[in-house]
Write a protein that binds this ligand. Structure first.
Ligand code: NAG
Ligand code: NAG
Ligand code: NAG
Ligand code: NAG
Ligand code: NAG
Ligand code: NAG
Ligand code: NAG
Ligand code: NAG
Length: 399
């Protein structure tokens, strides 16, 4: 998710244009929270035990279409299990806590009072997200807002504890978050954050792999410290994250093709963000409309949700809408990442069930793909080499 501007998880969006988030506190929002250094002896002891890659299972939030994947981390002492979205579109860790109460009551809340290692910094922040967890564009700035208290605690993942990880506990939130099946978001940017930074300091390779499958396939997982070879069915194609990306997972793209055809506008260079916390795709209005024009003249802006587009549900199922996004490997070869036609329909609008929403939302200044692309690949996020890798994940494209 991007925060107030970028998209991410449901929440997740702590970013703005391009990256995640925009803050409503007034201050520029890139908060950087890093875990503190692990004492030397501790790290060495862990390294002796061997820090090899391990996977954590992910659940798929499914609502007619695959919206978001989330898994558990353990917070505090003794550990409390908290489900979070592992969000490549943001950088920080935030989750609901008992300090929130009623507005968060539908979610699992971290009980700060039951953790002997929780420390509050006594500073509150609020953030607004530019993208929500679902497929609907965020219409107003006060729709997805979290009020959070900064603090720190021990985070345990894969059985390894990282002490003193900076985090935010949610102390109030707008209603849009209440139905989320997860409690928060763990940012997974190109710089290791939080518990992941702790694991890396203890010798885990700075890389993770994502197997974000459609619900019908299941078994989604996040692999920390490497890749899960059993989920990879082709060579991995590597592409370099451009210099100056400043934490954002993004790649230069030279062309977008729709059903095999392109236009001068679509064949121009652009930088595309990869956000595991966002379900649909976002492009500039002109790009969005150029793509839709090549699919059907009947795809129209949806008046009550600015940025969203739709078409009669009776028509959408038959439309070919294969999107090929062209990138370049580290050795200079072009390759495509494809969003198949099956992703075009993200479901009926709630206020007009005969009109179905289409995949791309227009958002000037933001070019981003999320779950609808990532679920068709095994994706590798290599922090050490600032590159991304893609391989076939064995899932048929029509799923
Ligand atoms: C997270 O933990 C809860 C409770 O321990 C468990 O029911 C759930 O299946 C776990 N979720 C995942 C994705 O592992
Ligand atoms: C880390 O947290 C512990 C409590 O778990 C606290 O005693 C210690 O002072 C913290 N260390 C730092 C450097 O803040
Ligand atoms: C936060 O406030 C509590 C209660 O006033 C205090 O005990 C604690 O030391 C404060 N924490 C920090 C980091 O200032
Ligand atoms: C929590 O946020 C809601 C708006 O989402 C607001 O109406 C309410 O006053 C807030 N509650 C507190 C205690 O700040
Ligand atoms: C990405 O594009 C920018 C602007 O054209 C260029 O300066 C940069 O070298 C490119 N980086 C990569 C890794 O392709
Ligand atoms: C990418 O897709 C476009 C449109 O379908 C096609 O013309 C091009 O050859 C493909 N590029 C590669 C490297 O496969
Ligand atoms: C697009 O990017 C490529 C590679 O960075 C570069 O060679 C080319 O000149 C760029 N094209 C335009 C129109 O900027
Ligand atoms: C979109 O297209 C219009 C008309 O061609 C043009 O005036 C405008 O500058 C374009 N906007 C962007 C952001 O490229």
């Amino acid at each position: 998710m991007l925060t107030s501007a970028v998209v991410g998880l449901v929440a997740c969006a702590l970013s703005v244009a391009g990256t995640d988030a925009v803050a409503t506190t007034g201050s520029p929002y890139k908060i950087s929270l890093a875990s503190r250094k692990i004492p030397k002896g501790h790290a060495a002891a862990l390294r002796r035990r061997g820090m090899t890659a391990f996977s954590i299972p992910l659940d798929d939030q499914f609502d007619g279409t695959d919206l978001q994947w989330f898994g558990n981390i353990s917070v505090g002492t003794p550990p409390q299990t908290i489900p979070v979205v592992f969000d490549t579109g943001s950088e920080t860790l935030e989750f609901t806590s008992t300090q929130c109460g009623a507005p968060c009551a539908n979610q699992i809340m971290f009980d700060t009072e039951k953790s002997s290692t929780y420390i509050s910094y006594n500073q509150t922040f609020s953030i607004a997200f530019a993208t929500g967890g679902g497929v609907n564009p965020v219409i107003s700035a006060d729709e997805y807002v979290l009020t959070m208290l900064a603090g720190e605690d021990t985070i345990t993942v894969g059985g390894i504890a990282t002490p003193n990880v900076s985090l935010y506990t949610v102390i109030n939130q707008t209603e849009a978050f209440a139905s989320d099946p997860y409690s928060g978001i763990q940012g997974m940017s190109t710089q290791a954050q939080g518990f992941f930074a702790g694991l890396v300091q203890q010798g885990l390779p700075a890389m993770f792999g994502m197997y974000l499958t459609p619900k019908i396939i299941g078994n989604a997982e996040l692999t920390l410290g490497g890749v899960d070879e059993s989920k990879i069915f082709s060579d991995i194609l590597w592409s370099e994250v451009p210099a100056g990306s400043d934490g954002t997972w993004q790649l230069n793209s030279s062309q977008i093709s729709v059903n095999g055809y392109t236009t001068p506008l679509l064949a121009s260079n652009r930088t595309v963000i990869f956000d595991s916390g966002t379900s649909n795709a976002y492009f500039d209005t002109n790009t969005t409309e150029a793509i839709y024009a090549m699919i059907s003249p009947n795809i129209k802006p949806y008046a009550s949700e600015p940025g969203a587009y739709g078409i009669a549900c009776s028509e959408i199922g038959t439309l070919p809408a294969t999107l090929d996004l062209t990138f370049t490997t580290i050795t200079g070869e072009p390759f495509n990442l494809t969003i198949p036609s099956s992703e075009l329909n993200v479901g009926p609008f709630s206020d007009d069930p005969s009109t179905c929403q289409t995949l791309i939302n227009a958002f000037d200044g933001l070019e981003l793909v999320g779950g609808s692309l990532l679920k068709h690949y095994y994706s590798v996020w290599d922090l050490s080499n600032q590159r991304m890798g893609f391989a076939w994940n064995g899932v048929p494209q029509w799923l």
